[in-house]
Design a protein around this ligand. Structure first.
Ligand code: SF4
Ligand code: SF4
Length: 387
């Protein structure tokens, strides 16, 4: 028998849900949702679960991740139950439930915790630079043949290759921390949705057969493109590809990305950097203006974590742009100090947002689609075998 959790509505409201208890299950949201497909209970089933306090059913459901928050359902809801925002709140709630450390919940429900953690990691980065990577007092030789700043030669007594290796080591340490938490949270998600699913058992061969879903939906965000306003999809796709490119360049191939020489504008290193920066910056501007103006259903309600995410992303992008132009302009010390500030914003953003908050959604969405296809294919197989 399903376990009913008293006070569950209040718990969900801490993650941003507004008054969903007025829902009377009319089905309007299902009728207008472009992603409901053949499911005549999406998304209203989740509202029912929440109203009834069926916590386990919500935790084992991939459905909140199948919604891309176009807002159509909220516009047509006759009871102002705001199913779109409810699905968004459930995604935050589920992120906190997949996370076994309890940090995700703290970051989502307490601004002080999230800002405190950001300040703490920033302080560590600044302290490490202040103690071990202070800039040389003699700027001679820090300008390259093109008149730009040699970004890897700031620290006296440390060769450029060694400097890149040190930063690379920092990046890999950060990536290892982030991957450890994210992968363990993904495993928790898998246990809740697939393994503890009492209705169906997934045979091993289906994991391989359905794996394309994971890559296809991660790379294209295809479901999102079915929403009527395609600009939402386009912006998300720009950010996702831009972020993936930047993450790859700063973590996986840093020596190729952070060179002493400033390459010509046609070089792929610069082209990819400009593409990623443009995509991320455009999305930040559009989302921020829409949230300030509260344009449309999607931007009516903004959780504190949404603002913190946008501000961190903006500051990371802005300092990255400044470092680039200070370098080109030959401004030695502004380049160094902005570079340190850039890393002091980037590191906490990645360590907090990727495993515990908003960036984790990039991983959870395609995984939820993959897990759903596993369950559906396994159920279809069982039906076939019973015939
Ligand atoms: S959320 Fe609104 S539209 Fe959807 S079933 Fe409930 S009352 Fe109807
Ligand atoms: S926000 Fe859009 S995608 Fe999500 S449930 Fe509502 S109509 Fe469907």
């Amino acid at each position: 028998m399903a376990k009913v959790q008293a006070g569950f509505a209040d718990e969900i409201k801490r993650f941003g849900a507004v008054d969903f208890s007025a829902c009377y299950n009319c089905g309007n949201c299902t009728a207008v949702c472009p992603l409901a497909e053949n499911d005549n209970t999406f998304p209203r089933r989740l509202l029912r679960y929440a109203v009834l306090g069926l916590e386990d059913d919500i935790q084992s459901s991939p459905e909140p991740w199948l919604c891309y928050y176009c807002g159509d359902c909220s516009e047509t809801c006759p009871r102002q139950s705001n199913p779109g925002e409810m699905m968004m709140s459930l995604r935050r709630y589920l992120t906190s439930k997949y996370d076994w450390t309890g940090l995700s919940r703290k970051f989502y429900v307490s601004k002080a915790w999230e800002l405190g953690a950001i300040a703490f990691i920033s302080a560590i980065v600044i302290l490490l630079f202040a103690l071990f990577l202070r800039p040389t007092a003699d700027p001679a030789g820090l300008i390259n043949a093109e008149g730009g700043v040699k970004i890897n030669s700031f620290v006296e007594g440390i060769e450029p290759e060694t400097f890149v290796t040190i930063i690379e080591f920092g990046d890999w340490t950060m990536a290892a921390i982030v991957s450890f938490f994210l992968i363990s949270n993904i495993f928790n998600m898998y246990l809740k949705i697939v393994i503890r699913n009492k209705k169906v058992k997934v045979p091993l061969r289906l994991y391989v057969k359905e794996a394309w879903n994971l890559f296809f939906h991660f790379g294209t965000q295809f479901r999102f493109s079915k929403c009527k306003d395609w600009t939402y999809w386009a912006l998300h796709w720009l950010v996702m590809t831009g972020y993936t490119i930047m993450f790859t360049m700063i973590v996986v191939i840093l020596p190729w990305f952070q060179t002493e020489r400033i390459h010509p504008i046609s070089h792929p290193q610069r082209f990819l950097g400009y593409y990623a920066t443009f995509g991320i910056l455009l999305a930040i501007i559009v989302w921020s203006v829409s949230r300030i103006r509260r344009t449309g259903e999607v931007h009516k309600y903004t959780h504190a974590s949404d603002w913190i995410f946008l501000i961190m992303l903006f500051l990371t992008t802005l300092t990255g742009i400044l470092v680039h132009f200070f370098r080109i302009g030959g401004l030695i010390y502004p380049t160094y100090y902005t570079y340190v500030i850039h890393l002091a914003i980037l590191m906490p953003m990645l360590i907090i947002e990727v495993p515990f908050s908003k960036w984790s959604h990039i991983a959870y969405r395609p995984l939820a689609i993959y897990f759903t296809s596993l369950i559906n294919s396994a159920a279809a197989l069982e039906r076939e075998e019973k015939k």
